[in-house]
Design a protein around this ligand. Structure first.
Ligand code: J2J
Length: 542
């Protein structure tokens, strides 16, 4: 295995010392955290999986049980040769096993690579190859899709993958997690400064980047989030978004709730008819949603017969939440809205629960930490006047200093003094709150799901009839943005219909949310003064 942390730029010593001295980095690790919680309150419920029981019924794990399960699985995985620093692509839905697997890997010091259930062979094969993953963890089936078939394809493309482990269901040709040996093994606790996992970037290039997060830095973001979201041992967090995504994982998310000794309830679907009964039955106190789901919930809540009164806080983020929609949250759901503007690379901003109502509905919050440094700059990296819109740069105790194994890309995405170029256009209010005004990165934010234009363009360009393609965002009343692909066909090529191009992209094994919503054929692309394609003009034709 590689030296933990060896493949990622890290904080210069003087910053690390400062973050330790300030009490941000406390030398905690995820493995030890679970161990301590289990020792302090073994019988308290940690995880509720409403459909995870053998009979498809409710299943709960106490802290003691989750701790024992993580130990047992850590033993089994290490018996199969998974060791410290090894990468393991984890693609699990919102089930209790997600936590068992992730904590087992934390205990070993192996690094989960957090794939989403929506990813398909194009993405997964890339993650496995790029990360040189030794293992891949899947459910047998989920949402009508057979992940064992996907795994077989991935294994053929990514030869480093020696093991596919199946969590729950019939493992077929692969190893079932339940059948791994369980003899305890002595494992040495990773160092708090080691990498804990690799998170996925939203991406703006042809291939997604991997985000190296350490125990120390991530746990600080959890502790800070818990304080601002008032998460305590009495909190019940409903995990509605895909558990592996950084927002439901950490803002304050499932890991925040577990850090506080609270309870995590896994929601198998974001639909109100699934989530609302769970809120009533489990006494859910907080949850996090992307704006399109928040719209659906605020529309459904006034008509529901379920009692949602336990809900104190609704976090909304991942994409811009419109002011009009934000105003409807409290009247409809009877809880406090907390806007969150975060990124898997680090920086997370929250409106405070006691901010004035106007601030809560009109801003995307302010940073967690007093040591989060924020710069708002023009195209030449010069600070803009306070209140003017500019590029957001940031540096701080839980923001990465570089992507994993991407030195060239890092030179563009970080300034020389270590500020991350978020690609977001923001303005600062007089109270220090941030308002997201737009985006400079070549990405589509489809209701919180990030799509790198270049990645989709590359798939379109693989079609024999396509001469050139540009993918841009267009407004959508529900999603905020959807994707539109402008395509120039090759002269003399067989005519092709938009639907056929979409099907072509889908069949290349791409997550469904990346398939263009609309395909428009054109003869030429608008150009900038220097002759580059102007995506700005494509987005808003004059
Ligand atoms: C506008 N744009 C937003 C917001 C994120 C908490 C919450 C969200 C994420 C996340 C996260 C936005 N208004 N409220 O990791 O811990 C856009 C920005 C940002 C990008 C990051 C968390 N909240 N965004 O969404 O890594 O463009 O993280 O740079 O997926 O989402 O995307 P991602």
């Amino acid at each position: 295995a590689d030296v933990p942390g060896g493949d990622a730029p890290t904080w210069p010593a003087e910053f690390a010392e400062r973050y330790r001295a300030a009490g941000h980095w406390r030398g905690e690790t995820f493995g030890a955290m679970l161990r301590e919680r289990a020792a302090a309150h073994p019988d308290r419920i940690a995880v509720v999986d409403p459909a995870g029981g053998a009979d498809g019924g409710r299943r709960t794990w106490t802290y003691g049980e989750l701790d024992r399960r993580a130990d047992r699985l850590a033993a089994g995985l290490s018996a199969r040769g998974i060791g410290r620093g090894d990468r393991v692509v984890v693609q699990l839905p919102n089930t209790a096993e997600f936590f068992e697997v992730v904590f087992a890997l934390f205990r070993i010091g192996a690094l989960p690579v957090f794939a989403l259930p929506a990813h398909r062979e194009s993405e997964i094969a890339y993650f496995c190859s790029f990360a040189e993953a030794v293992a891949y963890v899947i459910p047998a089936e989920h949402g009508g899709y057979d992940y064992r078939t996907l795994a077989a394809t991935v294994c053929a493309k990514a030869p480093t993958v020696r093991h596919v482990f199946v969590a729950g269901g019939d493992a077929g040709a692969f190893d079932s997690l339940a059948d791994l040996p369980a003899e305890p093994v002595a494992l040495s606790e990773p160092d708090p400064g080691d990498l804990a996992f690799l998170q996925l970037s939203g991406g703006s290039t042809g291939t997604p980047k991997l985000i190296p997060r350490t125990h120390d830095d991530y746990i600080y973001s959890l502790r800070g989030s818990n304080e601002l979201c008032r998460v305590t041992e009495d909190s019940v967090y409903l995990c509605v978004l895909p558990a592996a995504h950084n927002f439901p994982l950490s803002s304050p998310g499932t890991l925040g709730a577990l850090y506080a000794g609270g309870r995590v309830v896994l929601c198998p679907s974001p639909a109100p008819d699934v989530a609302f009964p769970l809120i009533e039955r489990e006494g859910v106190t907080l949850t996090g949603l992307v704006p399109p789901l928040a719209l659906v919930w605020t529309e459904a809540a006034p008509r529901t017969s379920f009692d949602l009164s336990s809900l104190d806080v609704l976090l909304v983020g991942g994409a811009k939440f419109s002011e009009e929609a934000a105003r409807r949250v409290r009247p409809a759901l009877g809880c406090t809205l907390q806007q969150v503007f975060g990124m898997a690379e680090g920086l997370v901003n929250y409106t405070r629960l006691d901010d004035p109502a106007e601030t809560i509905v009109t801003t995307q919050g302010r940073p967690i930490s007093p040591d989060d440094e924020i710069l708002v700059v023009d195209d030449e990296d010069r600070p803009v006047p306070v209140g003017a819109t500019g590029h957001l740069l940031t540096r701080g105790p839980y923001t990465i200093r570089g992507y994993w194994r991407a030195p060239e890309h890092n030179r563009r995405s970080f300034t020389e003094d270590g500020f991350y170029r978020t690609g977001d256009l923001v303005r600062l209010t007089a109270t220090g709150h941030l308002v997201v005004e737009g985006r400079a990165k070549d990405q589509i934010n489809r209701g919180g799901e990030k799509i790198a234009a270049e990645e989709v363009e590359n798939h379109l360009l693989a079609h024999p009839a396509v001469h050139d393609a540009n993918v841009v965002a267009e407004p959508d009343p529900y999603l905020g943005e959807r994707t539109c692909a402008y395509v120039i066909l090759r002269a003399g090529a067989e005519p092709v219909k938009p639907g056929a191009l979409k099907a072509f992209v889908r069949d290349r094994g791409l997550a469904a949310y990346k398939v263009p919503d609309r395909v428009v054929f054109t003869d030429a692309f608008p150009k900038t003064g220097v002759g580059k394609v102007s995506k700005k003009d494509l987005r808003s034709p004059a």
